[in-house]
Design a protein around this ligand. Structure first.
Ligand code: ADP
Length: 202
């Protein structure tokens, strides 16, 4: 049996990471979306809900059984250690679900599993579980333009989000491979992704 390649995919907001993930998926990669898994654990009926109820109280759960995000944001603002408590609940569940999806992808005979992880550079936990790291990169000004357009956000908000993420240089240092998504049309980006797909046996 051919070895499975575990490819980490990351990039700053607006770099084109999600676009690249979708393109790799079309080439047959299994894409595991860490953010989506994390959100599911706290959505209605999610695996983290019972522990959140026990730890923080029933008032943190909405009538339909989801985490009350607004209330939790306020709590974290007033009592910053709450973030850690919440992470202690959510992170192991994300780990379990990621492992489950990875096993399913391997059983399905996938050659390349792409782990779409926004905070990959910040997390030694993730880095240790990957064979290669692909970073999607572009000029910060282009990130700002794309996110303002995609999300209809003011420039300052985009700058705040960017400041909360790993720096561009830290991301580039962590990369085994950099995809420069700058000055490319979507078709040209697709060509670049195709080359990467071939390289990873897709
Ligand atoms: P991220 O997941 O990194 O935040 P996305 O993949 O959602 O970024 O891309 C941000 C926006 O920029 C999307 O609207 C996407 O369609 C657009 N985009 C990304 N790369 C290109 C490109 N090469 N040409 C044109 N638009 C692009």
């Amino acid at each position: 049996m051919q070895a499975v390649i575990r490819l980490g995919l990351t990039g700053g907001i607006g770099s084109g990471k999600s676009t690249v993930a979708a393109m790799l998926s079309r080439h047959g990669a299994a894409v595991i979306d860490a953010d989506a898994i994390s959100r599911q654990t706290t959505a209605a009926g999610g695996a983290a809900i019972e522990a959140i109820r026990q730890t923080f109280g029933p008032e943190f759960i909405t009538p339909d059984g989801a985490l009350d995000r607004e209330r939790m944001r306020e709590r974290v603002f007033r009592a910053p250690e709450s973030r850690r408590q919440l992470e202690h609940i959510v992170h192991p569940l994300v780990g379990l679900e990621t492992a489950r999806q990875t096993e399913a992808a391997v059983a399905d005979g996938r050659r390349c599993i792409v782990f779409d992880v926004p905070l990959l550079v910040e997390s030694s936990h993730w880095r240790a579980r990957l064979d290669q790291v692909l970073v999607v990169d572009c000029r910060p000004e282009l990130q700002i333009e794309r996110v303002m357009q995609r999300n209809g956000l003011p420039r300052e908000t985009v700058l705040d989000i960017m400041a909360s993420q790993a720096s561009r240089s830290a991301r580039l240092r962590a990369a085994d491979l950099v995809l420069c998504n700058d000055g490319l049309t979507l078709d040209e980006l697709a060509m670049e992704v195709k080359q990467i797909a071939v390289r990873f046996g897709l």
